[in-house]
Design a protein around this ligand. Structure first.
Ligand SMILES: Nc1ncnc2c1ncn2[C@@H]1O[C@H](COP(=O)(O)OP(=O)(O)OP(=O)(O)O)[C@@H](O)[C@H]1O
Ligand SMILES: [Mg+2]
Length: 238
């Protein structure tokens, strides 16, 4: 893995403000489940490109830093990115397991720089991602993975799409984080996505504002501007 990958703040720049913000998101969501630690978190957004993969990867890293065994699962089978973020091959992964061409044990990558963090990439693009994600095999795999990791972080597709991949996975996860890229229009879409998720039985943990500012394409992770519907357990600007 390229240690300098700028998107992996927690590994490449562990002392940066953004790395600290991921740690505070981790702390805020850790005990958001009644009766214990949260066991699975799905990361989604209303529209593509808002920062889901970046945030899922950093959140998983921040959780592993805390001594947890964490599996980052690429559940975005149409535009997978986890393998790119960690510079891993993607010849086999989730799709290969679901079509029974591989065993999950053979598809998991340990991340050497961070003990406790493992990655399951998407696998090759499949012609029927919605069916695969909604299959009994997916539910069984998810339950099996829970036996081996403390927390599963899922990088999902966007919600406002002509397919229901994100909603299908959101029903499986214990909690959902909604990534919102800065900008008024995107915040309006985020509110629609939130409604859809809740109507489908997902449990919203909070929103993460992924803000791009200035010519230098700097990003800040926070949530202040979404104050009216970010839950108390959601991430705060750190
Ligand atoms: N906080 C961030 N820091 C640095 N780069 C970022 C950040 N957020 C997003 N980006 C950049 O913006 C682009 C989109 O981010 P990312 O891939 O995480 O979004 P996504 O929501 O997963 O997209 P998709 O809908 O295609 O899956 C990437 O090129 C990524 O490097
Ligand atoms: Mg992505």
């Amino acid at each position: 893995m390229k240690k300098t990958t700028p998107r992996l703040y927690c590994l490449a720049h562990p002392k940066s403000t953004n790395a600290e913000r991921f740690r505070s998101i981790r702390t805020n969501i850790r005990y958001s489940r009644v009766g214990g630690e949260i066991r699975s978190v799905l990361v989604t957004s209303s529209l593509p490109g808002e920062g889901k993969s970046t945030i899922a990867a950093n959140l998983a890293a921040a959780m592993a830093e805390n001594g947890r065994r964490v599996l980052l699962l690429d559940g975005d089978l149409r535009t997978p990115a986890v393998h790119e973020v960690f510079d891993l091959p993607n010849g086999s992964g989730l799709t290969s397991i679901l079509v029974e061409q591989a065993r999950w044990q053979d598809c998991i990558y340990p991340i050497q720089e961070l003990e406790g963090l493992h990655v399951l990439t998407s696998g090759p693009i499949s012609p029927n991602p919605a069916e695969l994600l909604g299959s009994t095999g997916m539910k069984e795999l998810f339950a099996e993975l829970h036996n081996h990791w403390d927390t599963i972080v899922i990088d999902a597709s966007s919600v406002l799409m002509p397919f229901s991949d994100a909603l299908t996975l959101a029903r499986m996860a214990e909690g959902v984080l909604l990534v919102v890229r800065s900008g008024k229009v995107l915040q309006k879409h985020a509110a629609t996505a939130k409604q859809l998720l809740e109507r489908n039985g997902a449990r919203l943990l909070g929103a993460v504002l992924n803000r791009r500012s200035g010519r230098r394409r700097r990003y800040a992770i926070g949530s202040e501007e979404l104050a009216d519907w970010v839950t108390a357990s959601g991430p705060r600007k750190g």
